[in-house]
Design a protein around this ligand. Structure first.
Ligand code: IPM
Ligand code: MN
Length: 359
């Protein structure tokens, strides 16, 4: 196989975790005889510092020309108060839209051996395996927004169209078919009109999937159930904002946001990124957990390149490293010396090919 991957390390811990993910991709490619070309481009604050806009034209071009994009993180306190066109986060929103990746898949599972590390009791966590399907290119993130001239009022608009809801609901039902056959659709239909349409359309789409059990859950109660009875859920289908909030919560439930990968698909290629942010407080200190980025690389292999065995080999290697008790700082027990980002990456590479199918 031959493929081009656009790497966008970005800000904060982004470069460290993307270095780790790229090393793992190189190792997998070497083992399986694939030719992966990886290019690197600036995005976010790293682009702003180089005198470029947050999403430079060259970066967008590299992404559009690649088979897939792997991004670290964007966000930097230095630029957080700037105008919209000079904020690192704008790059990510524009990139998602330009790639048309409306379906954001965020699996959250408890790795064996980490049942003691989450926010819940081990018996509540054992075997937990959720998939959040988050709508990514619509809703309040992209609605009309503004301020009054005197800046005493500001507004954002939550707007969803029937086709937008239909296509993301279809992704959720299709995903559920390959898993636990349950979809929980999240909304705030007791208050918001956009949520009432969301519920109607999801119900309609659900009639085409009689083998999948559909439940509707108000977002506030979903947030509560996620920390009291997470096994209730299989696939959680949510709009852009609710999905963003619930996925951070899911990260805490399974032990650390540093474990959660994501795949954004639906358009051309695909955009793959850890769910965590740029964590400026620990940037550049070799303290970040590379697992979310490495697992995002595995999702890239599976979803963008169809390399299922290679993806499974990476996931098995992550599992083996965690099972051996290796822990980065976010996961280490009190008194346990944590592994750095580089050492954890190497531990995963050392375990590639153990216990996994290979082609
Ligand atoms: C995420 C992030 C982004 C989002 C930010 C950085 C724009 O929080 O991917 O979850 O809100 O989508
Ligand atoms: Mn988020």
């Amino acid at each position: 196989m031959q493929a081009t991957i656009a790497l966008l390390p970005g800000d904060g811990i982004g470069p460290e975790v993307i270095d780790g993910a790229a090393q793992v991709l190189d190792a997998v490619a070497a083992r399986h005889g694939h030719a992966l070309t990886m290019t690197r481009s600036l995005v976010g604050a790293s682009a702003l510092r180089a005198g470029e806009p947050p999403l430079p034209a060259g970066t967008l071009e590299a992404c559009l020309g690649a088979d897939a994009v792997l991004l670290g993180a964007v966000g930097d306190p230095e630029f957080s108060d700037g105008p919209r066109e000079r904020r690192p986060e704008t790059a990510l929103l524009d990139l998602r839209q330009a790639l048309g990746v409306y379906a954001n898949l965020r699996p959250a599972k408890v790795w064996p051996g980490l049942e003691d590390g989450g926010s819940l009791k081990p018996e509540q966590l054992r075997g937990l395996d959720l998939l959040i399907v988050r709508e990514l290119t619509g809703g309040i993130y992209y609605g009309e927004r503004g301020r009054t001239d005197d800046c005493t009022e500001a507004f954002d608009t939550m707007r969803y169209s029937r086709p937008e809801i239909e296509r993301i609901a279809t992704v959720a039902f299709e995903s559920a078919r390959g898993r636990g056959k349950r979809v929980t659709s999240v909304d705030k239909a007791n208050v918001l009109e956009s949520s009432r349409l969301w519920r109607e359309v999801v119900t309609d789409v659900g009639t085409r999937y009689p083998d999948v059990r559909l439940e509707h859950q108000l977002v506030d109660s979903c947030a509560m159930l996620l920390v009291s009875n997470p096994h209730k859920f299989d696939v959680i289908l949510a709009g852009n904002l609710f999905g963003d909030i619930l996925s951070d919560e899911a990260g805490a439930v399974v032990g650390s946001l540093g474990l959660l990968p994501s795949a954004s698909v639906g358009g051309s290629g695909g955009l793959f990124e850890p769910v965590h942010g740029s964590a400026p407080d620990i940037a550049g200190q070799d303290k970040a957990n590379p697992v979310a980025a490495i697992a995002s690389a595995a999702m890239l292999l599976r979803h963008a390149l169809g390399a299922n065995a290679e993806a499974a080999a990476i996931e098995a290697a992550i599992g083996a490293a965690l099972d051996d008790g290796l822990r980065t700082a976010d996961l280490a027990a009190d008194g346990q010396p944590p592994l750095g980002c580089r050492a954890m990456t190497q531990a995963v590479i050392d375990r590639l090919g153990t216990g996994a199918v290979s082609s």
